[in-house]
Design a protein around this ligand. Structure first.
Ligand SMILES: [Zn+2]
Length: 405
């Protein structure tokens, strides 16, 4: 038996005036998704526990069957996992941005750019290597990631320091958002030492000379210990793979014991190669039981407030990802498919919301029969079905047809 989750990031939405009052899922032509909804189970699933932010990390964790209230220890541990970093039980993992702090007119220092001008990975890796040489050692470890996104590991560090994501304080004075509480003094000291190194770093001199923002400081946030999650093999006896262009999703996959499969042309944006995801997914399933295939594009479109592009992204997922899988899966034997997003991203909000989202699940057997209902894969039809999975992390057990752990 093969098990597949098709993860259309942020697919769920609200009625959009520019679509004549339809949601993107209602407006899209998507015969494969609609057939799954008509032949299989259709309902709503709560992916974001009460009181948690509706992030892709939280929603995807739920999708993979882990209760975020229990296992979500921060964003940094998930990203570290995606980078293949190992951390021990006493290590605290921090996200470390390279940022540009700028003086404001009133003399305050503000968060001018939380990306340091989208500094290149090549430039950043030189900077992080120098921070590591000068400040790393027994206590602190520095690891270069992509562009402005890096990781710092504090051996034996505290987890409860109050830290603020830098993207939440653009153009605000940073003084009131500096680390507070346990460990704050060490982190502030580390920031000051890093700022000193950065102030005379050749990479920054070159960036300034060419009119680009310099990386003037490091900024720590999103910290936590590596979550001790049981793998899907331990829970369901399944070996699997994840296909995604997004680090966060790959990191969660790695924590779940999945192999990360890189697909050429997978961009994480609207121009991603949908067909390649379908083909590589099918190929991954030849020797594995489980596949999570993720497409970021609907979420990207919704963040831009572009319902038209979101409809297009959903149609391409339907034709090129789901269509390719449904064409090829019968040659690999019996299968079950779960289709869902991690959260809603209403185009009107241009950001995520936390209401339950539609899911549809079907087996090859049920797909072989004429549809039992005329319903489609939409928010309204899912609500009308009356099926609500309140503990979203239990849904994957239904995919595997195992009792929920
Ligand atoms: Zn998401």
């Amino acid at each position: 038996m093969k098990y597949v989750i098709v993860h259309g990031d942020g697919m769920a939405d609200w009625p959009c005036p520019e679509l004549g009052g339809k949601t993107p899922l209602e407006a899209a032509r998507k015969p494969n998704m609609d057939r799954i909804a008509a032949c299989g189970e259709l309902g709503l699933v709560a992916t974001i526990p009460n009181g948690m932010p509706p992030g892709s990390d939280v929603g995807t964790m739920t999708m993979l069957g882990y209760d975020p209230l229990r296992y979500h220890t921060g964003r940094a541990p998930i990203e570290a996992a995606s980078m293949g970093l190992d951390a021990g039980p006493d290590d605290v993992i921090f996200r470390m941005n390279l940022v540009t702090l700028t003086p404001a007119a009133d003399g305050a220092t503000v968060m001018g750019d939380f990306t340091a001008g989208h500094i290149s990975s090549a430039e950043a890796s030189e900077i992080v290597a120098d921070l590591s040489r000068n400040l790393g050692g027994h206590e602190f470890e520095f690891h270069a990631g992509v562009s402005y996104r890096h990781i710092m590991i504090w051996h034996g560090g505290p987890v409860d320091t109050a830290l603020t994501p830098p993207h939440d304080i653009t153009d605000k004075p940073v003084a009131e958002y500096l680390p507070k509480g346990e460990g704050a003094e060490r982190l502030r000291g580390l920031m000051a030492q890093a700022a000193d190194i950065l102030s005379r770093h050749p990479i920054n001199q070159a960036r300034r000379a060419s009119g680009k923002p310099a990386a003037t400081s490091v900024w720590f946030w999103g910290q936590g210990k590596r979550p001790a999650v049981p793998t899907l093999r331990q829970r369901f006896g399944a070996d699997g793979a994840v296909i995604s262009a997004v680090d966060l999703v790959n990191g969660l996959g790695r924590l779940a014991g999945l192999e990360v499969i890189k697909v050429p042309g997978a961009t994480g944006f609207l121009d991603t190669d949908y067909g390649a995801k379908g083909r590589y997914g099918l190929d991954a399933l030849r020797h594995r039981d489980f596949l999570l295939v993720h497409v970021e594009a609907p979420d990207e479109a919704a963040h831009m407030g572009r319902a038209d592009l979101k409809v297009e992204a959903i149609e391409r997922i339907d034709e090129l990802v789901l269509g390719t899988l449904l064409d090829g899966l019968p040659r690999l034997g019996d299968y079950r498919i779960l289709l869902m997003p991690d959260h809603a991203t209403p185009c009107k909000l241009k950001t995520h919301s936390n209401e339950p989202v539609p899911f549809a699940m079907v087996s090859d057997k049920a797909l072989g029969h004429p549809p039992a209902a005329s319903r489609r894969y939409t928010e309204a039809d899912a609500a009308a079905s009356g099926l609500i999975v309140a503990d979203g992390h239990g849904l994957i057990a239904r995919l595997f047809q195992k009792p929920s752990a």
